[in-house]
Design a protein around this ligand. Structure first.
Ligand SMILES: CC(=O)N[C@@H](Cc1ccc2ccccc2c1)C(=O)O
Ligand SMILES: [Mg+2]
Length: 368
């Protein structure tokens, strides 16, 4: 597949409501999109980096620079812009998994569109729709949280995830359990906000029968998560720590992860994400698809990935309107708590021209 060019496009996506986590509050997504143009077709990839390095070390401006200076030239140096062949070449450039994932996905999308193959079919999807969970931010008050959870349950979401941090954890969880009962699938995500010294405090979440507690400790504290897992009953799930299939194998072998949140951007792409899925399946560890407030382009790829067999827990694959009043693709909608896997070639969705134009803040054509 001959690459004729790569476009870097920045889009501003206002959020329907501020989204607060233990690492800050987001009001608008500044998204970097990658468009790979080949003679046969063009493909899209979405970089999930935030505008500031608060979730992980990557940030939008940095990802654009890495693509501009290192990843795009590496692709053009290849005889063919093959999404699988780029992996060993990208491996020589250290880090920057979100930037790598965006470029590889754009190449995959172009290749699959040209071949008329859907992304889900290519990855090994076994379902036509996936159960959707929703991530609920930290709120100013418990009543405000209960209103938000009530709205999401009313829309049909099959699982509720509450962001927590020291000072906002046991009380909101107790309030949700007391108000909505034990039947609701409920989990929490700390985004690394605690330390092992908080183990006894985190054990106070045990009575609430949570599905999991996501990334309570720092990204590099795998040993600490294994020690914590021996002191609490709630299953420990890792997110930020799982940076590759090897990291997943290590975390599982060390007893640090009973469940894994799979995020293609965090591990360098959808092919590595599938390897994480396969390693976890081999160890009997269930996975679910995490979210990074993607537009419909990244959402389409995530929903396809979430249809693989070992994705047995509802993911953060919410409908578009959970984050955006207007998506840049046809919106993903919730149907009986599920989101449909696109069936068209490649990602199966493309940007709506008008929406893309209205949200675009910058475009840059990389001379190759
Ligand atoms: C759905 C969910 O909770 N996602 C991440 C956290 C997160 C939160 C806020 C974000 C804002 C901009 C870009 C990425 C972001 C990721 C998580 O699982 O840890
Ligand atoms: Mg998380």
């Amino acid at each position: 597949m001959k690459l004729t060019g790569i476009e870097l496009r920045r889009v501003a996506m206002p959020l329907v409501a501020p989204f607060r986590t233990s690492f800050g509050t987001e009001h608008e997504r500044d998204v970097l999109l990658v468009r790979a143009v080949t003679a046969e077709a063009e493909g899209w990839g979405e970089c999930v980096a935030m505008s500031e390095p608060r979730y992980s070390s990557e940030y939008v401006e940095g990802a654009a620079e890495v693509i501009r200076r290192f990843l795009a030239p590496a692709v053009t140096a290849l005889p063919s812009a093959d999404p699988v062949a780029v992996e060993p070449v990208f491996a020589e450039i250290k880090g920057h998994p979100m930037a790598k994932a965006a470029v590889q996905t754009a190449l995959l999308d172009a290749q699959l569109r040209a071949a008329g193959l859907p992304f889900g079919g290519y990855l090994g999807a076994v379902r036509e729709r996936v159960p959707a969970g929703v991530s609920v931010g930290i709120m100013d008050t418990v009543p405000a949280l209960l209103d938000a959870v009530e709205r999401y349950l009313g829309q049909g979401y099959l699982r509720i995830k509450l962001k927590i941090e020291p000072g906002w954890d046991v009380e909101p969880v107790r309030a949700v359990r007391e108000r909505f009962g034990d039947g609701v699938l409920l989990q929490v995500d700390a985004n690394t906000a605690y330390t092992l010294a908080d183990a006894r405090h985190l054990a106070r979440l045990d009575p609430f029968d949570l599905l999991l507690i996501e990334q309570p400790l720092p990204e590099d504290d795998v040993r600490g998560h294994a020690a914590l897992a021996r002191q609490i009953r709630t299953p420990v799930c890792l997110d930020e720590s799982i940076t590759s299939a090897r990291a997943a194998a290590d975390a599982v072998a060390l007893g640090a992860a009973a469940i894994v949140n799979v995020k293609p951007g965090r591990v360098g792409g959808y092919l590595e994400a599938r390897r994480v899925h396969d390693v976890c399946a081999a160890h009997g560890v269930p996975v679910w698809c995490g979210g990074m407030l993607e537009t419909g382009l990244g959402r389409a790829a995530n929903v396809a990935l979430a249809a693989l067999p070992n994705f047995t827990l509802p993911g953060d694959t919410s409908a578009s309107d959970r984050y955006f009043a207007r998506d840049i693709t046809a919106p993903f909608v919730l149907e009986d708590g599920h989101v449909r896997v696109p069936t068209g070639p490649g990602l199966g969705v493309e940007p709506d021209e008008d929406a893309l134009r209205d949200h675009t803040t910058a475009t840059e054509w990389l001379k190759l």
